[in-house]
Design a protein around this ligand. Structure first.
Ligand code: ZN
Length: 314
């Protein structure tokens, strides 16, 4: 059994039968693609590269999408995926003409976006994140996506922790452009950062914007549906119709995709709030099918509804 499965099973409710565990693990393996978290037990992934601007590349691998700026001053990436992916995307960066990764900004603390930090820190990369995300990296966390077994995320080694943090905004100037880090309150987690490359006109949204299905709201760790909508609106106000929008997961998107995502989440939220106001339980909300308009394109809404219900009834 994989490391992840062992860790996950340990943390599961002891009433769970062996058959259910087997089913859960099998289901997790079957539906991995398109989920915001990719199990550590998944077979080895390779890096594929998409050019999204001059000296700007999205590196797809295993875990959150990486955005790389490779220029005269050096290499800056957004997010770090998993330890085993670090040598692979270092090689991809080298193939694109880059050297060592000088800076990495974490969009948030979740393992599939930040577990690569340790290898990067050991290699001399300076790490940057929103203050709450750094705090979470120092703690023992459990990430419960409901549809997968919960994942334990142990505290990071000192070398894997951000050396610079910010609360609401931070400005970097690198490779000839201004890079704005923006935090707009609890959303996917409590420590999300959108990273806006002003010259290239590209934003990395982290998991506040998921383009691989319905988003996950980490409501056990302060994630919030209302906050996710507000966060996306705050970013939308900062960008323009030509901005390239890089999601935490899924294919590269555009301004209009983010705008439609906000409309979708707002309508789902409004329907859920109306149901909850009548005293509806989670089961009754699910039965009312408030996501009906989008299920054909977005898939199973269970995880979103479960986590959104938790955040709306908190
Ligand atoms: Zn995440």
């Amino acid at each position: 059994m994989s490391k992840n499965s062992q860790v996950s099973n340990k943390s599961r409710n002891s009433r769970l039968g062996v058959a259910e565990i087997v089913l859960a693990v099998a289901a997790a393996l079957v539906i991995l693609v398109g989920l915001p978290f990719v199990s550590q037990s998944q077979p080895a992934a390779e890096i594929t590269t998409e050019e999204v601007g001059e000296n700007m590349f999205v590196l797809f691998g295993r875990g959150g999408n990486i955005l790389a700026s490779i220029g005269d001053q050096g290499v800056l990436t957004v997010d770090s995926q998993f330890p085993d992916m670090v040598p692979k995307y270092r090689a991809a960066v080298a193939a694109l003409g880059g050297g060592n990764i000088d800076f990495t900004i974490n969009t948030h603390w979740h393992f599939d976006h930040a577990d690569g930090n340790e290898a990067l820190g050991l290699g001399g990369t300076w790490l940057v994140a929103q203050a709450h995300s750094r705090e979470m990296m120092t703690k023992f966390n459990i990430v419960n996506t409901v549809t997968n077994p919960p994942t334990e995320q142990p505290p990071y080694a000192a070398v894997a922790l951000p050396v610079a943090t910010f609360e609401q905004r931070m400005e970097l100037h690198f490779n000839g452009e201004q890079i704005d880090l923006l935090h707009a309150g609890p959303a996917h987690t409590m420590g999300d950062a959108a990273v806006i490359f002003r010259g290239s006109n590209i934003v990395h949204m982290g998991d506040v914007f998921n383009n691989s299905g319905y988003p996950f709201i980490d409501s056990d760790n302060g994630g919030d549906l209302n906050g996710m909508i507000a966060f996306c609106e705050a970013v939308l106000a900062e960008i323009n119709q030509d901005t390239v929008v890089v999601p935490g997961h899924g294919p590269v998107a555009a301004y209009e995709d983010l705008a439609e995502y906000i409309v979708m989440l707002t309508e789902i939220r409004d329907r859920m709030v109306a149901l909850i106001a009548t005293g509806a339980t989670l089961e009754e909300v699910i039965a009312a099918n408030p996501t009906a308009n989008w299920d054909a394109s977005k898939g199973d809404p269970f995880r979103l509804l479960n986590r959104a219900y938790a955040s709306l009834t908190r």
